[in-house]
Write a protein that binds this ligand. Structure first.
Ligand SMILES: C[C@@](CO)(OP(=O)(O)O)[C@H](O)COP(=O)(O)OP(=O)(O)OC[C@H]1O[C@@H](n2ccc(N)nc2=O)[C@H](O)[C@@H]1O
Ligand SMILES: Nc1ncnc2c1ncn2[C@@H]1O[C@H](COP(=O)(O)OP(=O)(O)O)[C@@H](O)[C@H]1O
Length: 321
């Protein structure tokens, strides 16, 4: 019997930076209550999902060597979670996932979460599921705190452990320079370091997100630059003291302000405009403080199909005997 195999589906999905990341106390479930403002950036991974005779994951690109290709990959966990959610046996889901990475691994830019969100959107299209974004976001939250935002994109206020989102409307584009470090940092280790620093002393804590929301509404990068803040920064710098030098180098190169992105170690520099970002990137590249420098803009949309059934077909359906 001939079975029609749907064509592969490709999804583009953005990295994030936290413009404001206030970390409250640790909860009974081990997570910290957050108040954060996320922004999705034009630094994207591309994830293809395809029906296949053998399941598996392929990863290429930025940091691919340190990404697991077994069932611990967050993208694979997304296949399993969505299959279970819609009543399919995950063991019968014969899916190949192909990830092209640009987002630095363990970089505080939610790359793994992005790949998981991309799989949810891609599989929903591949399997022609009648499933809305809200329902996908519920599945996303079971996979990790940052996964719902990767679906959502744009700019958003995140509360709870980061998974409860309210969109923030901004009509302005902001220009960023990103400095990738030579090695990643573990998110749980950075939260644990913050708990240790707080047990030892009383490091300053960020206040309300309101001023950041006002600066976003104004669209003035100078105003926003003064308000960027991250309670995890002290912990990331404590584990990776060289980040102090990177942060200084970006500002010396002409950025308005620099911040550790999420749990780090990527540093994100806000610039006054696109030309300034290119100049800062060039100077930072020569400063010897990081492995790679990238320019990006935000906000951009969340996980989005780039091929598939809602766009003109580029790949004809395959037929398997
Ligand atoms: C810090 C942030 C800021 O956006 O991003 P990254 O730097 O990882 O990109 C996020 O809170 C990371 O979210 P995500 O990477 O999805 O974390 P999860 O898988 O949910 O949790 C990993 C571990 O981080 C710690 N964790 C995470 C979120 C949170 N609100 N409190 C926590 O204490 C816990 O130790 C948890 O076991
Ligand atoms: N698809 C994936 N892409 C990147 N890392 C992944 C993926 N799946 C699992 N991981 C693991 O998750 C860890 C966190 O990676 P990542 O999401 O890139 O960083 P962060 O939590 O700092 O934003 C990595 O150490 C990596 O081993």
């Amino acid at each position: 019997m001939l079975a029609v195999v749907p064509p592969p589906v490709t999804v583009r999905v953005p990295a994030k930076v936290n413009l404001h990341l206030a970390v409250r106390d640790v909860r009974a479930d081990g997570y910290h209550e957050l108040a954060t403002v996320f922004q999705a950036l034009s630094l994207t991974d591309e994830v293809t999902v395809a029906s296949a005779e053998e399941s598996g994951i392929e990863v290429t690109g930025e940091g691919a060597d340190s990404v697991p290709t077994d069932q611990s990959n967050l993208a694979w966990r997304a296949v399993t979670a969505l299959a279970s959610h819609v009543g399919r046996d995950p063991d019968d889901a014969k899916i190949r996932v192909i990830i092209k990475k640009n987002i630095p691994v363990a970089g505080g830019m939610a790359g793994g979460s992005a790949d998981a969100a991309a799989v949810l959107v891609g599989l929903a299209a591949l399997w022609r599921l009648e499933i809305g974004r809200d329902e996908l976001a519920e599945v996303a939250a079971t996979l990790g705190s940052d996964v719902p935002f990767a679906l959502h994109g744009g700019t958003a206020l995140g509360t709870g452990r980061g998974e409860e989102l309210v969109p923030v409307l901004t009509r302005h584009t902001f220009h960023w320079v990103l400095a990738f470090d030579r090695q990643g940092l573990s998110t749980p280790a950075v939260f644990a370091e913050l708990d240790r620093l707080r047990a030892e002393g009383d490091p300053p804590r960020l206040g309300s997100t309101e001023p950041v929301l006002e600066a976003l509404a104004s669209g003035d990068p100078n105003q926003l630059a003064l308000l960027l803040g991250n309670d995890l920064q002290a912990a990331a710098v404590s584990l990776r003291p060289g980040l102090r030098r990177t942060l200084r180098a970006g500002v010396n190169a002409g950025a308005l302000a620099g911040i550790v992105s999420g749990s780090g170690p990527t540093c994100a520099f806000l610039c006054s405009d696109a030309d300034s970002a290119v100049r800062v990137a060039a100077e930072l590249s020569g400063a010897g403080v990081c492995r790679t420098v990238r320019v990006a803009q935000g906000p951009v949309p969340g996980a989005k199909l780039v091929t598939g059934d809602d766009l003109p077909r580029s790949t004809p359906p395959q037929v398997h005997a």
